[in-house]
Write a protein that binds this ligand. Structure first.
Ligand code: C2O
Ligand code: CU
Ligand code: CU
Length: 482
């Protein structure tokens, strides 16, 4: 593994690789001289607990146009959720859900286009999924009502309008979901929102010379990736966070359209990975770097007490486009922490690998490279019918030796049993319950799935590549669970 110290120092907005070599065509984009407003205090999306009404936790979320100052003297037009109440010029508040509670989440569409709002990672029945069938016309609203019934984890919400997911997310629509339960509360992990428990939404963006988001992928970029010139962290460029002296938890979400980020600290310090997409890992894992493909999450614990350097940076390198940037400057200047020691006890993992189960195969690639099992997404075609509460093996194969993909499943999580035939090829954060799995070119994974919630043909679940350009181009299929 290359040592971090050997990577060249790049100026903000510069790339490690020659981007045009990555996508195979000369990029039409010119690098524009913008002056990013770096070094501002990190905007932590507020935790939104909703309102308890007759035993149901109710949320009102307004999807609206907003505006943001990212570059000196420029106003970037954005889309945001609850920007007035949350003071966030893009993204949205972090919803606080608790296992066992009934919730009702109402999304109001005050945008000029039809969209949808999907609860990514939520194990809920088809009608509450917020996928492409639960459309919300401008001026309308739509409500997801369900009982939260899954272990503590970090999920997120984002648009899922068929063919338009990528631009809708690009303009700024996405927010995090914090799901808590009694078991995880008892572990003594840092969990004071905004103090020692920090959500980080990582995205990359291209801007035009007026400082506006430029979403204009060429057909090559649709296939090979649409990579930004800047990394935004909670919608900011290189912000700063004061943390307490103690252990701090970061909830990382790669909400980028197609970049895969490798995260690490500039002083190469170790951290502990405690959770992946859908909850705690079977046991905490020590790491120095972590790679997340689009839509993947990981929770890490960082020791901010015994290290000499009290100023350090979380950094990221795009493993495809080569952008390398500071994600967050961290300063241990916020007093004494609440958590002085890493957790000592850890819950038993009750997952049992099945000895045998029915097998389904999903081949990613085919003609044009953006098909699944040879087909493009068709809203009127149900690709798979899956029995309720039945364990299955899903084998997902990348049939193209050049293209990166991942594979996301709605309706519930899965376990990755193996990659390229071996369980040893899994990253630390891949060993727990997940809902997205990264597939490097030509690779194959074996998943164990089981769906506990139904979805009929009017409200089916989706499986798809979560590279949003691929998804919008049709790399998606539908399944019922009955
Ligand atoms: Cu993150 Cu089908 O979605
Ligand atoms: Cu999803
Ligand atoms: Cu893909």
């Amino acid at each position: 593994m290359a040592s971090l110290g050997s990577w060249p120092a790049l100026r903000l907005g510069e790339r490690l690789n020659d981007y045009s070599a990555v996508v195979g065509v000369p990029s039409a984009r010119q690098k524009i001289a913008l002056t990013p407003l770096t070094g501002q205090p990190l905007a932590v999306p507020p935790l939104y607990p909703g309102d308890m009404v007759a035993g149901v936790r109710q949320f009102e979320l307004y999807c609206e146009p907003s505006a943001h100052e990212l570059f000196a003297g420029m106003v970037t037009n954005t889309w945001a959720v609850n920007h007035a109440s949350s003071q966030l010029p893009m993204l949205g508040p972090m919803l606080a859900l608790r296992r066992g509670e009934s919730v009702s989440i109402r999304y109001h569409n005050n945008l000029p286009e039809t969209t949808t709002m999907h609860g990514h990672g939520m194990a809920v029945p088809g009608p509450a999924d917020g996928g492409p069938h639960q459309r919300i016309a401008p001026g309308d609203s739509w409500t997801a009502s369900y009982t939260v019934d899954q272990p503590a984890c970090t999920n997120w919400y984002h648009p899922h309008e068929e063919g338009r997911t990528a631009p809708h997310v690009y303009y700024g629509l996405a927010g995090m979901i914090r799901l808590d339960d009694d078991q995880t509360d008892a572990l003594g992990l840092p969990q004071t929102h905004g103090f020692d428990d920090i959500p980080l939404v990582i995205q990359d963006r291209v801007f035009d010379d007026d400082g506006q988001f430029l979403y204009a992928p060429t057909s090559q970029e649709i296939r090979m990736g649409y990579f930004g010139d800047y990394i935004l962290t909670n919608g900011q460029i290189e912000p700063v966070l004061n943390v307490p002296r103690g252990w701090v938890r970061f909830r990382l979400l790669n909400a980028s359209n197609s970049e895969i980020w490798r995260f690490y600290f500039d002083d190469d310090r170790r951290f502990i990975v405690i959770a992946g997409d859908n909850g705690l890992l079977p046991k905490p894992v020590d790491a120095r770097m972590l790679t997340l493909s689009p839509a993947e999450r990981a929770e890490i614990l960082v020791d901010c007490s015994r290290w000499y350097s009290e100023h350090f940076d979380l950094r990221a390198t795009g493993i495809r486009g080569g952008l390398q940037q500071r994600v967050l400057s961290i300063r241990v200047e916020n007093g004494a922490g609440l958590v002085r020691n890493p957790p000592v006890s850890w819950p038993e993992d009750d997952f049992q690998p099945a000895g045998s189960a029915p097998l389904r195969t999903f081949d990613l690639g085919g003609q044009g490279g953006l098909r699944i099992n040879g087909r493009l997404m068709d809203m009127n075609y149900i690709n798979e019918q899956v029995p309720l509460n039945q364990t299955e093996f899903w084998r997902v194969r990348s049939t193209n030796g050049m293209m990166h993909h991942n594979f996301h499943v709605h309706g519930g999580g899965f376990r990755i049993l193996s990659r390229d035939g071996s369980s040893k090829n899994l990253q630390p954060h891949e060993r727990g319950e997940k809902d997205v799995v990264y597939l490097p070119p030509g690779s194959e994974v074996l998943l164990q799935v089981r769906f506990l919630h139904p979805a009929g043909s009017q409200n089916p679940f989706m499986y798809h590549c979560h590279f949003l350009e691929h998804e919008d181009a049709g790399m998606m299929g539908q399944f019922t669970v009955t």
